[in-house]
Write a protein that binds this ligand. Structure first.
Ligand code: SAH
Ligand code: SF4
Length: 352
């Protein structure tokens, strides 16, 4: 735990803000400034009396972080590097896509959110895990990414994916209250079906999450069809091997009646042979899960590579042929801006 000089207001759910004798309507005005307008500076709140603002400013911090670098373009993908109050760095990524059916096209904005500074799980291919875990993010730092990225984008965020730095399920004590604020119409008002948590497979936490009341979506980072392949790149597989992981997914689905997604990054010569594609399709069928194939994004300092186009296509076709319920191939947007999680932060740390 880090001890900051002042508590962060966003760490506490709105209903539990304790301001002693501050009248209810004033609290509602502050809530409006923060969640409806996205203002995280006391002095900008024009209808709040000056002395109250300076009292509040002495007691609590409003802004969990500041943007230090924004990379990419406003019509595709933008990566934001944040500096936290203890000078740690994290990243969030804004991803724009045009979606729609029957001729109605809409532009959708997705935010990829971080949940930890670094990651303890040390997947061999991942930039976030290279340096180990520094610390968990607080509730306010998770909510703050959404609020402040919304300010950067200048529009509503439609979808959230917890696929940034860190393992969301290793930080449930901070994440679940953050989700309450994100889901609440009094907070950010983003619907549960627009929120996806991605996990490398923390079995007991998957079972715990199955009891969370809101119908948020779950994605499992599988990256291997069998234990041998998965264990080569994901140390977590030794603690929770695939039988246990798939069993936990089955229980999760049983309780939630929502399709889950199996994420599968394709790494040349490591997990891209067609036998793995067959196994992946088998698991997807058993769980009635969607499969999302993601060609690997190179990470500075690591030797892993994405397979050739032909191999990627052959893998995709095999998963489809073997009757996985639904398969998508996500050519990573922002390949050019270090889009894989954790890369921008590593560069920032190295440059200091
Ligand atoms: N810790 C969670 C969520 C964060 S990682 C998890 O592992 O699921 C989000 C996703 O990005 C995971 O599927 C992860 O395997 C993937 N990923 C990590 N490094 C990557 C890279 N270099 N290229 C493509 N995907 C990557
Ligand atoms: Fe952690 Fe996910 Fe990266 Fe693995 S892939 S090291 S679990 S952030």
């Amino acid at each position: 735990m880090v001890n900051f000089p002042k508590p962060l207001l966003l760490d506490t759910p709105f209903e539990k803000w304790e301001w002693d004798d501050v009248p209810k309507y004033r609290r509602e005005q502050v809530r409006h400034w923060i969640f409806e307008k996205g203002f995280l500076q006391w002095d900008k709140m024009s209808n709040i009396p000056k002395n109250l603002k300076s009292d509040l400013a002495k007691k609590v911090d409003l802004a969990p972080m500041e943007p230090v670098k924004v990379q990419g373009s406003t019509d595709t993908t933008q990566k934001i590097l944040w500096k936290l109050r203890d000078n740690q760095f994290i990243e969030s990524v804004l991803i724009r896509a045009t979606e729609g059916t029957k001729g109605v096209r809409a532009s959708r904005l997705t935010l990829c959110v971080s949940t930890q500074v670094g990651c303890a799980l040390g997947c061999k291919f991942c930039a976030s895990g290279l340096d180990g875990l520094k610390r968990n993010l607080t509730t306010g730092e998770i909510v703050g990414q959404v609020l402040m990225a919304r300010n950067e984008a200048g529009r509503r965020i439609d979808n959230l994916v917890f696929m940034g730095m860190g393992e969301p399920l290793a930080n449930l004590p901070a994440l679940l209250p953050a989700l309450d604020t994100i889901l609440s119409p009094q907070g950010l008002g983003i619907g549960a079906r627009h929120i996806t948590l991605s996990t490398s497979g923390l079995v007991p936490k998957i079972l715990e999450l199955a009891n969370f009341p809101a119908q948020i979506r779950l994605a499992i980072s599988l990256h291997g069809g069998d234990d041998e392949t998965r264990s080569k790149i994901m140390p977590i597989n030794k603690r929770y091997p695939m039988t246990e992981l798939l069993g936990a997914c089955e229980k999760f689905i049983g309780q939630r009646k929502k399709m889950i997604t199996l994420e599968y990054i394709l790494i040349k010569g490591v997990n891209d042979d067609l036998k793995q594609a067959e196994l992946l399709a088998e698991h997807a069928q058993r769980l009635n899960a969607k499969v999302n194939l993601i060609p690997y994004n190179r990470v500075d300092g690591l030797d892993w590579e994405r397979p050739e186009k032909e191999q990627i296509n052959a893998f995709y076709k095999t998963v489809e042929r073997e009757k996985a319920p639904r398969v998508t191939l996500r050519m990573e947007k922002g390949h050019d801006i270090d889009a894989a999680c954790g890369q921008l932060r590593l560069k920032e740390i190295k440059s200091q």
